[in-house]
Design a protein around this ligand. Structure first.
Ligand code: PNS
Length: 158
C-alpha cells in the first residue's frame, strides 16, 4: 500500500496546494498533508492555525489526514512509514531546489521516493508569498485562496 506525505509550509494554503492535495489523494491510498513547524522562518500563521485551515479544506477527502512535523523530513517520513513524498512543481525555477531536496532526502533515507506533480496551469504563477503581499496591500485574493482562508489572511493584516 502506498502511503504518501505532502509536506510544506502552507502559510497559507492556496488553490495551488489544494489542486495538488486532490490529485495526490486520487493517486495514493493514503495521503498525509503535513505542515512544517518551522521556528526559523517567521510564518504569518502558527502551525496550529495552518493545520486547522488544512483540516477544514480536506474535510470530505476520506483518505487524507492533516498533521505537522518538526525537524528533518526524512525522520518524519521514516517514523511514519511513508514511502512517497509528494511535491508540486510550478515552473523550472522550482526544479533546482526541489531536485536538490529530493536527492538529499533520498541519500539520507532511500526508503521513500519524491514524486513531483506539475501544478495545473491555472495555478502555475501562484505562491503563498505573493498572496500575502497582495492581501497586505488590500488587494483582491479571491482567485488565489478559498473565501474562508482569505478572511483569515485579511484578519492578520487588520
Ligand atoms: O512549502 P515549502 O516551504 O516549499 O516546503 C519545504 C519543506 C517543508 C518541504 C522543506 O523545507 C522541508 O522538508 N523541511 C524540513 C527540514 C528538512 O528536512 N530539511 C532538509 C531538506 S533537504
Amino acid at each position: 500500500m502506498n502511503s504518501a506525505v505532502y509536506p510544506g509550509s502552507f502559510d497559507p494554503v492556496t488553490y495551488g496546494h489544494i489542486d495538488i492535495i486532490k490529485r495526490a489523494a486520487s493517486i495514493y491510498d493514503r495521503l498525509t498533508v503535513s505542515v512544517l513547524n518551522n521556528n526559523t522562518k517567521s510564518p504569518l500563521f502558527s502551525t496550529d492555525e495552518r493545520v486547522k485551515m488544512l483540516k477544514d479544506i480536506c474535510r470530505g477527502l476520506d483518505n487524507v489526514k492533516v498533521d505537522s512535523f518538526s525537524g528533518l523530513l526524512v525522520d518524519y517520513v521514516k517514523n511514519n512509514d511513508f514511502n512517497v513524498v509528494v511535491r508540486g512543481l510550478r515552473a523550472i525555477t522550482d526544479f533546482e531546489y526541489e531536485l536538490q531536496m529530493a536527492q538529499t532526502n533520498r541519500k539520507l533515507y532511500p526508503g521513500a521516493d519524491t514524486v513531483f506533480l506539475t501544478t495545473s496551469l491555472e495555478y502555475a504563477y501562484l505562491s503563498s508569498t505573493t498572496v500575502k503581499e497582495v492581501a497586505y496591500f488590500g488587494g483582491d485574493i479571491s482567485q488565489f485562496v478559498p473565501e474562508e482562508i482569505a478572511k483569515l489572511i485579511y484578519d492578520k493584516f487588520r
